[in-house]
Structures are given as C-alpha cells and as structure tokens.
Design a protein around this ligand. Structure first.
Ligand code: ZN
Length: 206
C-alpha cells in the first residue's frame, strides 16, 4: 500500500488537486479505510461549518475588544486609606441625619424646659435643662461658622433670637439648624453627583 494521503485531503475536498496527485488520492481512498474515514470526517466538519451562521462564529474586532474590556477588572484596587476615606465620605449623610436628630432632641427638651419655666414650675429643674438649649446654640454656631453664607444664617437666627423672646428663639434656632443641615446635605449631594459624573466619564474614556 502507498503512503497515506492525509496531507492532501483538505486540498482534495477544496477541489485544488489536479492531474496525477488527484488520481493518486482517489486511488488511495478506494483502497485505504483509514484515509477514507479521515476524508469523511473532514466532509462532515466542512458541512457543519457551512451550516453555522458566520456572524456568530466570527467575532467582529470591535465586539471582541469590548468583550475583553468587560472581562478585565474595572479599576486597580484602591489603597486602604483611600477606601477608608471613601467610607467616611459615604457616611456624611448619616452624620448629618444624626446631627439633625440631635438638634431635634435638644429642641424638644428645651421646649419642655421653657414651658416649665413659663408656667413657673420647678425653677431648679428648668435651670438644669436650659444648658441643653445652650448646647444647641453652640452647635448652630459651629455649623454656621463653616461658611460665609452659613454664618449669615446663624447671625440672622441669633439676631431674631435676641428680639424674638423665649418662644421665638426656639423656633428660629430650629429652623436655622435645619437650614444649615439641609445646606450641608445638598452640598454633599452635589459633590457626590459631580464625582459620579466624573467617574462615569473616566470609565468611558478609559
Ligand atoms: Zn491511507
């Protein structure tokens, strides 16, 4: 028996063989079961490839790049201090909520104390409760000193406080602290939004 014609089978199926080589392959296939089996499996494979839609088996370059990009990690891992900072940043609204709750609690307590004072009940107890409202005052001053516009709000509140009498100052101080907390919250929200925009933009260009 001659040498196997395996190396020529592809060319044979593609119709590229001519003359003596073509004759040789045909004759060998008639005699050799091994090469006949190989030839048949090549034919089956060719039929399968023809049936399969081209668009799904071949990936366009753009799509390939996009798919590789999706499999890559989004960003390099951040250092510990940076993620700690990130966590602190995200807790700002929680802190503001806590400050708001504190201010509300202080005003409820001082409101009770003032009412007690106005009704002339237990002068000692009212005097003990009053420092709590002084704390609220210093909190508002602390918050309002963080910016020019905020300190304006604080000063206005303090001025009205002086004029407004016992009932007026509680309401004004409450409103002022709410305004300060609201303002801080909105500025946090604005910078959070700005950061998000920045991130998504750098994500697109990267
Ligand atoms: Zn053979």
């Amino acid at each position: 028996m001659n040498e196997h014609v395996t190396p020529w089978l592809n060319a044979y199926h593609d119709g590229e063989l001519r003359g003596r080589r073509l004759q040789q392959v045909k004759e060998h296939l008639a005699l050799c079961a091994t090469c006949r089996a190989e030839s048949e499996s090549l034919q089956t494979l060719a039929a399968l490839l023809q049936d399969a839609p081209v668009a799904e088996t071949l990936t366009p370059p753009d799509r390939f790049v996009a798919q590789v990009g999706l499999r890559l990690p989004r960003r390099p891992t951040q250092p510990a201090w940076k993620s700690a900072l990130e966590t602190g940043w995200r807790l700002v609204p929680v802190g503001l909520l806590g400050a708001w709750a504190f201010v509300q609690a202080v005003f409820i307590v001082s409101g009770v104390a003032l009412r007690a004072l106005q009704m002339g009940l237990g002068g000692d107890a009212a005097a003990q409760l009053l420092p709590a409202s002084q704390q609220a005052l210093s909190l508002t001053e602390l918050l309002s000193s963080s910016g020019a516009s905020l300190s304006d709000v604080g000063q206005t509140a303090l001025r009205l406080l002086g004029d407004g009498g016992p009932l007026g100052w509680g309401v004004m101080l409450n409103l002022a602290s709410l305004a300060v907390i609201g303002l801080l919250y909105w500025s946090w929200l604005a910078s959070w939004w700005a950061r998000r925009q920045h991130h998504s933009e750098s994500g697109r260009t990267a």
